[in-house]
Design a protein around this ligand. Sequence first.
Ligand code: G1P
Length: 293
Amino acid sequence: MKPIRKAVFPVAGLGTRFLPATKAMPKEMLPVVDRPLIQHVVDEAREAGIEHFIFVTGRNKAVIEDHFDRQFELEHALTERQRCDDLELLARDLPGPGTASFTRQQLPLGLGHAVWCARELVGREPFALLLPDVLVQHNRGCLAQMIDAARDLGDNANIIAVEQMPADRLDMYGVVGIGERRGGLFSVTQMVEKPARDRAPSNLIITGRYILQPDIFDSLAAEKRGAGGEIQLTDAMIELARSEPFYALEFEGRSFDCGSKVGFLAANIAYALDRSDIAPAVRAELKRLLGEG
Ligand code: G1P
């Protein structure tokens, strides 16, 4: 497969599940420990070798753009106080000059529409798509695992990350049907967006990490409405799968659906327990809260 150089991050969602926290602040800026959700996902893309970061934003999201820019007043204050560690941290997180692009999804017409809005910035090359609602915790990031698995595939292959989900939650996700195994990958035989309980082809959901061929934009251009009246990415992928191979990777690691309150809180606890500077104190605090301390 050709190298994957660009990643798209759809960040235009309204975040209504987190009101009032998201009234004036994008949900993608909510912190998991001390890094915004979007920073965690950008880190995952960077670890996988992504060179260009494309954000599909919307109104009230300008602070995301500010987050990925330099902050001279802050840098000046930190320099005066000789806070070298903090300065290094800020420099390390920042995409290099010219490697971040921002475009706006002008209307909330669905994930498929958001991806289509990135078409001019992506051009005609395969690209990664990462949904910032989902975090995957593992020592090798989910996208890096997908790129590793894609290495021996042909130039027109598409890959989606999948994971098992209990039957009573399948109707909240895209669900795939799988066929033959090829190395660590399965061929995808079916995809259904938010299936009714008795219509799910398996217990494998689409996790929010994709490697897609640019032909997806041709299907999305038709602007067909699907589940929930939205332009669904899954519908465009179904169409693309008629002419190009589609694979699923059951990745290693634990995922967190940070679009839900419980998933978001669980991610905060899990990421905190993974941080040597605070893990012992967090563990003690959890014990105390649960009445075991
Ligand atoms: C989107 C996709 C769905 C996928 C999910 C992962 O749904 O449409 O296929 O399983 O992300 O989080 P949404 O969460 O936008 O409803």
